[in-house]
Design a protein around this ligand. Structure first.
Ligand SMILES: [Zn+2]
Length: 321
């Protein structure tokens, strides 16, 4: 047996059961009136006959509301609703994106799922949307902050080579990461984000970048690593007189995975989609094995993110991603 033998990866009824159990832990909720009464499950309902399916297709997971009498499924009001792709293929796509450390390209999804490239592309962006974190609790303890450049991204018109883009990442040691697409590495661009995401009591570790001289003063403790003189870590005493290991290796480790993914898998990410890729890499990092989360649980957590989420961006289809 392998993970791929799980019925919800190939059986549509099992896929509905799986998603319903996650979305409706207390039983079916009517999409139209939010009633949680004992709804009727409608079995054996088929779609209208078409040329391709003269007998129609079975409609799985269909309920009739006991109160408002309207029909609903678990797909309604979620990102799933926006495509006609069978639910079991959605689950395959979510599993692939959650279990591949560096991500999976739309081209590969298209080949594995045997759907069109366009469908695969939309699917991947919707899954990234579900992965987006809504945790805005300020980070505390020891937080490493750093920036990296991600170059050769397509311009906003989807053509040509745009400028290099700056990514700012904050990592709580032993905890979570948050990444942002920022305008530059100036204090003006970095400070508001650092202020909003890290508590004043935190211990900030950065490199010797000029912009951190003033930013660092806002925090109880600030230590810098002098990469310019080939220093990659040292023991120091902090403001409480405690011995601390000063380095930014955690955030650099994050960037090494991010860069390998962006170069190897997502070579043509458009600039205006960069924040979605960052949400994807943050999500996998924040639900990593080291925190006791395996592929199955990570997929489950991504699925939970589908609840009430819709893709807000509805721009034109572009192959530049
Ligand atoms: Zn209802």
């Amino acid at each position: 047996m392998s993970v791929l033998n799980r019925p919800y990866f190939y059986d549509e009824a099992a896929a509905f059961d799986h998603v319903e159990a996650i979305m409706w832990p207390q039983g079916p909720v009517c999409h139209h009136c939010s009633s949680m009464a004992k709804h009727y499950k409608l079995a054996g309902v088929r779609t209208k006959p078409t040329k391709k399916n003269p007998n129609g297709v079975e409609r799985h997971g269909l309920y009739k509301c006991k109160d408002c009498r309207k029909q609903f499924t678990v797909r309604m009001g979620t990102i799933f609703e926006e495509s006609h792709l069978p639910l079991h293929k959605w689950l395959q796509a979510i599993h692939l994106m959650c279990s591949s450390k560096k991500g999976i390209s739309a081209h590969q999804l298209h080949r594995v799922l045997e759907c069109t490239y366009k469908t695969a592309w939309f699917l991947a962006h919707r899954i990234r949307e579900a992965m987006r974190s809504d945790d805005f609790t300020p980070m505390s303890g020891t937080v490493e902050s750093d920036e990296t450049y991600i170059g050769r991204l397509a311009g906003t018109d989807g053509k040509g080579m745009g400028k290099k883009n700056v990514v700012l990442t904050l990592v709580e040691r032993g905890g979570k990461a948050r990444s942002f697409h920022v305008a530059s590495t100036t204090m003006k661009a970095i400070l508001p984000i650092v202020n909003a995401n890290i508590t004043k009591e935190a211990h900030l570790f950065t490199d010797e970048g000029m912009h951190y001289r003033n930013i660092g003063k806002k925090f109880e403790g600030h230590r810098t690593v002098n990469h310019g003189s080939h220093e990659y870590g040292r023991y120091d005493t902090d403001h409480r007189g405690e011995r601390v290991n000063v380095h930014t290796n955690t955030v650099e480790g994050y960037y090494s995975i991010f860069k390998r993914g962006m170069k190897g898998v997502y070579q043509h990410c458009a600039e205006h989609h960069l924040h979605r890729y960052l949400a994807e890499f943050d999500f996998r990092y924040n639900h990593r094995i080291a925190l006791g989360i395996d592929d199955a649980v990570r997929s489950l957590l991504a699925l939970k993110g589908f609840k009430g989420r819709r893709l807000t961006y509805r721009g034109p289809y572009t192959s530049q991603a």
